[in-house]
Design a protein around this ligand. Sequence first.
Ligand SMILES: [Zn+2]
Length: 374
Amino acid sequence: MGKPNILERLAAGEVIIGDGSYAVTLEKRGYVKAGSWTPEAAPEHPGAVEQLAIEFSRAGADVTQTFSFWCHEKSLPKGCKYSCDEINQVSCDIAKKIAKKYGTITAGGLSQTGNFARWTAKEDVQKDLRRAVNILVKNDIDLIICEYFRNIKEMEWAIEVALETGKPVAATMCMGPTGDEEGVTVGECAIRMAKAGAQLVGVNCLFDPPMLLEVIKDMKTSLDLFNLKPYLMVQPLGFMCPDGGSYGWVNLPEFPFACEPRQITRWEARKFAREAYDMGVRYIGGCCGFEPYHIRAICEELRDIRGRKIPESSDKSDYDLSTHKELESKFERYKNKGSEQWWKDMAPSTGRPMSTPFCRQTEPTCVHRAIFKK
Ligand SMILES: [Zn+2]
């Protein structure tokens, strides 16, 4: 008997912890170019991609996702020496190597074709998606994640293609509380993803953890009404953007080069993990901006329901604040620093006297625009 697959583990009551961002994290480390966000770093600097995958595994992630963010040959940057197939093959090789060492589940993403609006024929879109899924099948990747779709119809077509592989299929839309790009409600999107056959259903990217939990809450209400019981999954953005537009953080003036002050803290990651778990979410991970220490914080927070299992890298983490409790007892300047509540209640400052809590963009989709009135 082989090791249990993700569906068997979920059925046994396990909470699966996903990994975090590759493209956004590797951009900061000097291996990915912002704007193109393509994954040629896999063959160019396999050591860098592997190191990040190691860090997520050491942080407790149960999943290693291939760094094969779907790209078309023509979307590769000028002068790229590798084809999409070559890039994706190396990405799969790296994920398999990590899975062998750390026992993680390999996952491969299938994302929007970018041509949905132009290609109205289902066959054309599916032909493109099938090309993307082939490399994952060829490498026997454990889980197919249809992610980052903005239109529920394209998502349904993707789920159909993913199910042809016979692998477990997860489906997460990138949308905020206002629904997909055509205004289909989040509740209807959830129902349609579940009815299309995805075993895990939820949202990823673009919006911050509190906002995506609101979306999940709506999804759950609708799924319950229709008596549909897919596992819930959430992989939010690692940046706070309640003032985002329909494309979430992409609409912020700070995107993509000045978002650092909006980075979530490890305590915000912990609060998110607890709320997601209490809400019934059973696949909890991160998307752009989720660094290994955020994933570690999620695992540390949920240690009570994960059999007290602590990630390898928690050796260097003061997750129970025992070190800071000691410091607090000795030094006045460490006052409060040993209190978990102190950190969880923290509203971090930006350190910039002229910065505002929100940007004043004209088309916020979530906060009421009245708050921007002078
Ligand atoms: Zn993302």
